[in-house]
Write a protein that binds this ligand. Structure first.
Ligand SMILES: NC(=O)c1ccc[n+]([C@@H]2O[C@H](COP(=O)([O-])OP(=O)(O)OC[C@H]3O[C@@H](n4cnc5c(N)ncnc54)[C@H](O)[C@@H]3O)[C@@H](O)[C@H]2O)c1
Length: 405
């Protein structure tokens, strides 16, 4: 088998500094017989020179469309929108088009137009034989989410609890610097509140000051008053179906002045999902504006009663809801707060699968453009790619059906 050349493309999504392939993983692949081409990318946390130093070939930024079709293109996030150019390459990336996200038909249509050679191996759906994802950013999403939540709390508390909102946040060069900064901020919060701040995490483990909840604790069904009794609530669950809300406007109102909760970090970010168990906000926040206020803290209302031909303006009294301000962090690319560590962890987890890619690509050469079913994925080490290939064809079918409707 000829050595496989893997092509690491640049990222074009704003604020994205992570890489699907790090210099460490690239070196291991080169040692295993791969050749690696890397596009120069000023946005990436890893310097171009770090790739060059381990033997990668550097090429100009965003030149993957002219790469040989035999080179799988590796990236992390979506390609720029509003582009219908065919995609005849094999792409390994998070394409965010398999769950009928906005624009999914247009995205998949690009691979349809790229047949017979085009293929998407979507990183979100690469699974081992037990159905577990081979690589994910969940750990660093929770880590970064908790840190941003702590910083949002610190800002609010430092300003007397009323006006302060966290401003733009920038990626940290490493975990150590982030932890040290957050610890300092938490010290200031403790001094101001006269007690240790507390957090509750659902969907992960914790410690004494972090109440840890998983399936057993939420089995009784929300809303949960316990959430309103901590300063920060971090939601990290993997939502698969409709569940009772964890917290909602009624439960917040019911807590009144007793409410301690000031910051909700929705790591899961099922923002537009109709089953979102935190139905108190409706937008995703960003690194330049990390929080959104839960409206209703100060509520004004008026309505016009036009009965009997006489317009009558009824002004309701201003109703100041009790308790501190409540803000939500709903950033959907949290791991980029720690781009170096999160990329290293992800890329390292992906390595065993990448090592089997040459075999998978060679196998596919004889059936280009032909669908396979999941039942044909087999059991060899490169099964992960054949399963992803079968899923690609399933989604391609769904896309074609959606187009006919
Ligand atoms: N915001 C971001 O930047 C970002 C980045 C990566 C992942 N994510 C999201 O983070 C979430 C978690 O990802 P993960 O990889 O850690 O998932 P995971 O499946 O490894 O962990 C989810 C945990 O939630 C628990 N859980 C599921 N339903 C629950 C419920 N009803 N009550 C209590 N616990 C419940 C599970 O038992 C499990 O322990 C996902 O929604 C993922 O899409 C967000």
């Amino acid at each position: 088998m000829a050595p496989l050349n893997l092509w690491l493309r640049c990222e074009t999504k704003e604020f994205e500094h992570r890489a699907a392939l790090t210099p460490t993983t690239a070196k291991k692949l080169i040692d295993a017989g791969f050749t690696i081409t890397v596009e120069r990318d000023p946005q990436r946390i890893f310097d171009d020179a770090e790739y060059e130093a381990v033997g990668c070939k550097l090429v100009e930024h965003n030149t993957w469309p002219s790469a040989p079709l035999s080179s799988p293109i590796m990236g992390l996030k979506e390609l720029p929108p509003n582009d219908s150019t065919p995609l005849p390459h094999t792409h390994i990336m998070f394409a965010h088009c398999y769950k009928e996200q906005g624009g999914w038909v247009d995205v998949l249509s690009r691979w349809e137009a790229g047949q017979p050679s085009g293929m998407l191996y979507d990183l979100e759906f690469l699974q081992d034989e037990n159905g577990r994802r081979v690589a994910a950013f969940g750990y660093h999403a929770g880590f970064a989410g908790a840190a941003v939540g702590a910083l949002a709390l610190a800002k609010q508390v430092a300003s007397g609890g009323e006006k302060g909102r966290l401003g733009e946040i920038k990626p940290y060069p490493n975990e150590r610097e982030l932890i040290s900064y957050v610890q300092g901020q938490m010290g200031a919060v403790q001094e101001k509140l006269g007690r240790k701040p507390r957090a509750l995490v659902i969907g992960a483990l914790g410690s004494d000051d972090i109440v840890k909840w998983d399936m057993a604790e939420t089995a009784k069904g929300g809303p949960f008053t316990e959430i309103l009794d901590v300063d920060i609530f971090v939601n990290c669950i993997y939502l698969t179906s409709k569940i009772p809300s964890f917290v909602d406007r009624a439960s917040i109102d019911a807590a009144g002045a007793e409410r301690k909760l000031r910051v909700v970090v929705d790591v899961s970010c099922d923002t537009t999902n109709p089953n979102n168990p935190i139905p108190i906000y409706s937008i995703n926040t960003t690194f330049d504006k990390p929080t959104v206020d839960v409206d209703g803290y100060v509520s004004t209302s008026c309505d016009v009663d036009a009965t009997g031909g006489t317009d009558r303006l009824r002004l309701h009294a201003y109703r100041l809801k009790a308790g501190p301000p409540l803000t939500v962090v709903s950033i959907d690319h949290l791991p980029t707060l720690l781009p170096r560590e999160s990329s290293e962890a992800f890329s390292n987890d992906l390595l065993p699968s990448l090592l089997t890619l040459p075999q998978a690509v060679a196998d596919r050469a004889s059936r280009q453009g032909q669908a396979i079913a999941a039942s044909e994925a087999g059991s060899g080490p490169e099964r992960v790619w054949r399963e992803a290939e079968a899923l690609f064809w399933t989604k391609m079918g769904e896309m074609k059906a959606a187009k006919k409707q």
